[in-house]
Design a binder for this molecule. Structure first.
Ligand code: S3P
Length: 171
């Protein structure tokens, strides 16, 4: 089976849905952020604060390239993966890139109680979310398919993706 990479903004449900899809399709679930943390031996927050975002992006890019070489995987990507053209090329080379989206209000609600996202650990997370969403819109638009998860349950999102994949000949 081709790889299926889930991209999209923080809080749109990528990790949860990727794990669910992997279970349904009986293939591997890979989480890029978890791989980065394992490789570096520290949390994403510590990587950002101790080594900086450019260093994080370099490691992220290397892991995306490595993982893209495999097949039969559902890949949960960090929200900024699409900012790098080579990442997008790698993820689409032998796979589909599916974007999960949600309204800013839903994103705020889903992310407000967690502190593991350095980009949102700021005084005004709402403003930051609006800014980043605006900047990133054209990058997320490169996905092969997009699902708005705002009013959907996890199961409904998975069903939507599965039926799209079926149309593409993926079972
Ligand atoms: C980021 C999203 C995070 C993580 C890092 C940067 C981003 O992943 O990769 O904090 O730039 O949007 P999630 O989207 O899984 O929260």
């Amino acid at each position: 089976m081709k790889n299926i990479a889930l991209v999209g903004f923080m809080g749109t449900g990528k990790s949860t849905i990727a794990a669910l899809l992997a279970k349904i399709l009986k293939v591997s679930y890979v989480d890029i952020d978890k791989r980065i943390e394992k490789k570096e031996g520290m949390s994403i927050t510590d990587i950002f604060s101790q080594k900086g975002e450019p260093y994080f992006r370099k490691v992220e890019k290397k892991i995306v390239a490595e993982i893209s070489l495999g097949s039969d995987q559902i890949i949960a990507c960090g929200g900024g993966v699409v900012l790098d053209g080579e990442n997008v090329k790698n993820l689409k080379k032998d796979g589909f890139m599916i974007c999960l989206e949600a309204t800013p209000e839903v994103i705020i609600n889903r992310t407000k109680n967690y502190k593991h996202r350095p980009l949102l650990n700021v005084d005004d997370p709402k403003l930051k979310i609006d800014e980043l969403l605006k900047k990133r819109r054209p990058y997320y638009a490169k996905a092969d398919h997009t699902v708005d998860t705002s009013g959907l349950s996890e199961q409904e999102v998975a069903i939507e993706i599965l039926s799209w994949l079926e149309g593409k000949g993926v079972k």
